[in-house]
Design a protein around this ligand. Structure first.
Ligand code: GAR
Length: 217
């Protein structure tokens, strides 16, 4: 089976990369990771990639004068590895419209909130401040405007009494590690049609249950 050649871009510890490494270890998974690229030298995710025997590249954005020259090198690396699909996994650099448009419907991102709520940084702190009873995470196709784009998978995660931002982040992260492999499987398996801002997915089912928070029993 031809698997979709996928790059993972990251800036940090790479726990989402790990979930993708684990999923793609199955030869029947429709995507394979062909390179892992970090804009931060020494990012923990690079070590995870090396452990898994994956090629790694570091492109330190600080060595470039502006976003475009950085992205030209990034583009070259992606082309060298014949990448077909890009996964942003804790990649904390904004990308230009030009780069994003090059990868239209071929680049996906994970974000730690139920988009379109809580775009940007400090999602868990802001959710706790607002007193929401649910937050979660989203995997979406990337568009030029930050944290926008057609939604592929979301997980709803309850806020517990007494949560601080770290506790909530941990609970959401556990959900992220299920969402990202599922989203990659759906996209690489060519099960999606993107129509405007909507993703239509073949052969998937929505859950039957709704959740109350607090519980009523
Ligand atoms: C994850 O929580 C991811 O959703 C978030 O960074 C973390 C990376 O963790 N991404 C963003 O905030 C992007 N806007 P990881 O390095 O352990 O995968």
């Amino acid at each position: 089976m031809e698997r979709v050649k996928t790059a993972v871009l990251l800036s940090g510890r790479g726990s989402n990369l790990q979930s993708l490494i684990d999923a793609t270890a199955d030869k029947n998974f429709p995507a394979e990771i062909v390179c892992v690229i970090s804009n931060v030298p020494g990012a923990g995710g690079l070590e995870r990639a090396a452990q898994a025997g994956l090629p790694t590249v570091t492109i330190n954005h600080r060595n470039f004068n502006g976003r475009e020259p950085f992205e030209e090198v990034l583009q070259k690396e992606l082309e060298n590895a014949e990448v077909e699909l890009v996964c942003l996994a804790g990649f904390m650099r904004l990308l230009t419209k030009r780069f994003v448009d090059r990868w239209h419907n071929r680049m996906i991102n994970i974000h730690p909130s139920l988009l379109p709520s809580y775009k940007g940084l400090h999602t868990h702190e802001r959710a706790l401040k607002d007193g929401v009873r649910f937050t979660g995470c989203t995997v979406h196709f990337v568009r030029a405007e930050m944290d926008t784009g057609p939604i592929i998978v979301q997980a709803a995660v309850p806020v517990h009494p007494g949560d601080d931002a770290d506790a909530l982040a941990d609970r959401v992260l556990t959900a992220e590690h299920r969402c990202y492999p599922l989203a990659l499987k759906i996209v690489a398996g060519e099960k999606t049609h993107v129509i405007d801002n909507l993703v239509e997915t073949e052969c998937v089912r929505a859950p039957d249950t709704m959740l109350l928070n607090p519980r009523d029993n």
